[in-house]
Design a protein around this ligand. Structure first.
Ligand SMILES: NC(=O)c1ccc[n+]([C@@H]2O[C@H](COP(=O)([O-])OP(=O)(O)OC[C@H]3O[C@@H](n4cnc5c(N)ncnc54)[C@H](O)[C@@H]3O)[C@@H](O)[C@H]2O)c1
Length: 281
């Protein structure tokens, strides 16, 4: 596809030298964002970061009820002067996904950002993996992410303001994890990294930016569940990066606000890998 060069317009908002407010580039005030997989774990922490940057956030997750941690974050929005809403939805249900996202956009009169964090993991060797299990994982991690981004992009295009989409991939989309046998999870994350490049190429003309965030090992329930079965991996995984430790969800807050805000206004089709140097070693 050839895109008409946009030589006459400026970026969404430029902040020249001499500002009297504090780093407005990172502000998400008055923006509306969606986060999938926001019921717990990394998605919830990233949701909190967007709220603190000023956004109103809609959390989408297939957990029937939001977790206690979620309710805690929701209560703190009063202090922040913003709002956090929960919608129970499975990203595999494309029809409902589109209906819910259109409804949110209609209600808000806009839609500015998406963080797609919903994903599942399965550890099975390549010789034992069944076609059913492979399809089930790809349905959530690739098709679910794609359909969420598509539903959001349709609304961004309808309102004409553009927006920013951050798909949560993983360092596992770039390297093979030593001692963690999950070929299809890794393939799904590589697919998400490539998908973002393709979406960025197609949607740049609508001023929609699409990037991936690729975390390293992060202490969430996804990883803690693995450590219950294989406790020795806690130390082993930590040794595999240049900082010699596992990461915490909070360490991706700044990157997420960066990706969704004007601070990254010229960034699209990129993978922001934050992994303590794991994949560079
Ligand atoms: N934890 C890590 O070490 C790590 C590292 C790199 C990348 N990631 C990625 O970060 C993201 C968040 O992972 P996490 O560690 O917080 O895992 P998690 O399992 O704690 O959270 C995943 C969330 O997604 C939701 N979810 C799963 N399937 C869904 C579906 N079909 N529809 C709607 N919601 C669904 C779950 O309910 C859960 O709230 C994932 O994309 C994961 O692949 C995690």
């Amino acid at each position: 596809m050839s895109i008409e060069p946009d030589i006459h317009t400026t970026p969404p908002q430029l902040f020249p030298l001499g500002q009297t407010t504090r780093m407005s580039d990172f502000s998400l005030t008055d923006k509306v964002a969606l986060v999938t997989g926001a019921g717990r774990g990394l998605g919830l922490t990233l949701t909190e970061a967007l709220l603190e940057a000023g956004a109103k956030v809609y959390a989408l997750d297939y957990l029937k009820e939001p977790t206690l941690e979620f309710i805690d974050v929701q209560q703190r929005t009063k202090i922040l002067g913003t709002e956090l809403q929960y919608r129970c939805i499975d990203v595999r249900n494309t029809e409902l996904l589109n209906a819910v996202i259109e409804d949110i956009a209609n209600h808000e009169g806009r839609l500015d950002g998406l963080v797609a964090a919903a994903a599942i993991q399965q550890e099975t060797s390549a010789l034992e993996y069944s076609a059913n299990d492979s399809n089930a994982l790809l349905e959530v991690n690739v098709t679910g992410v794609f359909m969420t981004a598509q539903a959001v992009a349709k609304q961004m295009i309808r309102f004409g303001n553009g927006g920013s989409i951050a798909l949560v991939a993983s360092m596992s989309g770039t390297v093979v994890n030593r001692g963690l046998i999950c070929p299809i999870y890794n393939a799904s994350k590589a697919a998400v990294i490539q998908l973002a490049r393709n979406l960025a190429a197609e949607w740049g003309q609508y001023k929609i930016r699409v990037n991936t965030l690729s975390p390293g090992y992060t202490l969430t329930s996804m990883l803690e569940m693995l450590f219950v079965e294989y406790p020795e991996r806690r130390e082993q995984f930590a040794k595999e990066n240049m900082l010699g430790r596992l990461s915490h969800p909070e360490e991706y807050r700044g990157a997420t606000v960066f990706l969704l805000s004007n601070a990254s206004s010229f960034m699209t089709g990129s993978d922001l890998r934050i992994d303590g140097g794991h994949a560079a070693w």
